[in-house]
Design a protein around this ligand. Structure first.
Ligand code: ADP
Length: 393
């Protein structure tokens, strides 16, 4: 008999990643997974991996012309496995749930209409997330579509953590600090009781350091504050995004440099961050290997800002018991973890160099007043858990 499964979809501008999770007792076992990339380009490519075996198929540009085509292919691939996989729900990563949505929900026409209204708040991600939901509704008729929001874990922040000091009607109109990477933080927070029990109920700063990067201050498992704000360009410098920037710079770019809104968007999201400073690469691995002085400067700036903002969140938390590293850089870069921990030595972080080399889970010495940890994130599994729980599967 086919195993019931949850399909998790994470759609970007030109790619869609998917994973299937078989419902096995209380657990969720990852099965078929993969991605379709290059959607809308001349060379779309489908990659599927199962049980360690990877297969690639070049698609015709007609097959991979848009999200609908990609979802139809995906539905066919899953349909071909109907004997083994019975998709009981599809869970979607949706970047913005606005002020209203604080938890996952099943999408219907009314919800889609509300999520459409949030497109201006996340123009680079939300439209693709929503077109994947629409395409999945058509490709998998009758399968409930569950939206899981990157903002949801941060709802419930104190108002001072949500405000900008703009005229108050702006706040009422939704111009506020939402915070993102919430599915990652929620997963890490849920994992701490097992992975790092000493700090699970304490005050923790989680550093999600990937190509997108942010920090979240968590107290007793709940988000208190985060470095990302109204959009996912705020806070830490990232692969190609600026992170925090004096708004006066944007005025200068408009008024003196005569850049259009579109040019400024491209500059802030695509040409800045590690790539902008280094001129070499947006990939931390390249920068750590490079001898170019500006590659080193980009890494220095990244480390400086991670340490600085961690201390700011320690203040928001009223103290700090632990620091947790996660995502691509946080899970894999021994050097970045070492340097960030050195920058936090004054707060009481004492790194255990050998444990850091091993990748943790605990990377601080036994007597360290503030402990440091590596906890791998898994946003897809978090989405699958939400879909399962919401639908009682
Ligand atoms: P995304 O935000 O795209 O999901 P990831 O969390 O997978 O990204 O992180 C991707 C980033 O992780 C890459 O851009 C790369 O800079 C970084 N990375 C991966 N492995 C290493 C490593 N061994 N050392 C340093 N950085 C790494």
């Amino acid at each position: 008999m086919a195993a019931r499964a949850v399909l998790v979809l994470n759609a970007g501008s030109s790619s869609i990643k998917f994973q299937t999770f078989r419902i096995a007792g209380r657990g969720l076992d990852v099965g078929l997974r993969g991605q379709i990339e290059g959607i809308g380009t001349a060379h779309p490519l489908a990659t599927m991996t199962e049980a360690g075996e990877k297969r690639e198929r070049k698609l015709s540009s007609a097959e991979g012309a848009d999200m609908r085509g990609a979802l139809v292919l995906l539905a066919q691939a899953i349909g071909a496995r109907a004997g083994e996989l019975d998709i009981a729900a599809a869970g979607h990563r949706v970047v913005h749930g606005g002020a209203e949505y604080a938890r996952p929900l099943v999408v219907d026409d009314a919800v889609l209409a509300k999520l459409d209204k949030l497109v201006p708040l996340a123009p680079l991600h939300q439209p693709h997330n929503l077109s994947a939901i629409r395409a999945a509704r058509q490709a998998l008729p009758g399968v409930p579509q569950v939206a899981c929001f990157d903002t949801a874990f941060h709802r419930g922040h104190a108002q001072v953590a949500e405000l900008f000091a703009l005229p108050y009607e702006m706040y009422e109109a939704g111009v506020r600090r939402y915070g993102f990477h919430g599915l990652s933080y929620e997963y890490v927070a849920a994992t701490l009781p097992e992975a790092a029990p000493e700090i699970a109920t304490g005050r923790v700063v989680v550093a999600h350091l990937g190509s997108g990067a942010s920090l979240c201050g968590i107290k007793g498992g709940r988000s208190i504050d985060s470095t990302m704000g109204f959009t996912a360009v705020d806070g830490l410098p990232m692969g190609t995004r600026t992170g925090q920037l004096d708004p006066g710079v944007v005025l200068y770019l408009m008024q003196e440099r005569r850049l259009s809104a579109k040019d400024i968007e491209t500059l802030l999201y695509k040409k800045s961050g590690l790539l902008g400073i280094s001129g070499v690469s947006n990939d931390m691995r390249d920068l750590l290997e490079s001898k170019a002085p500006r590659a080193r400067l980009a890494v220095d700036y990244f480390v400086f800002r991670v340490a600085r903002e961690t201390a700011a969140l320690a203040s928001a938390l009223g103290g700090i018991d632990g620091v947790v590293f996660t995502a691509g850089i946080g899970e894999r870069s021994v050097e970045i973890r070492r340097r960030v921990c050195e920058g936090l030595a004054w707060l009481g972080v004492e790194l255990d160099a050998a444990a850091n080399e091993r990748g943790g889970p605990r990377i601080s010495r036994a007597g360290s007043r503030v402990s440091a940890w590596v906890v791998p994130t898994n946003e897809e599994l978090m989405i699958a858990r939400h879909a399962r729980e919401l639908l009682g599967l």
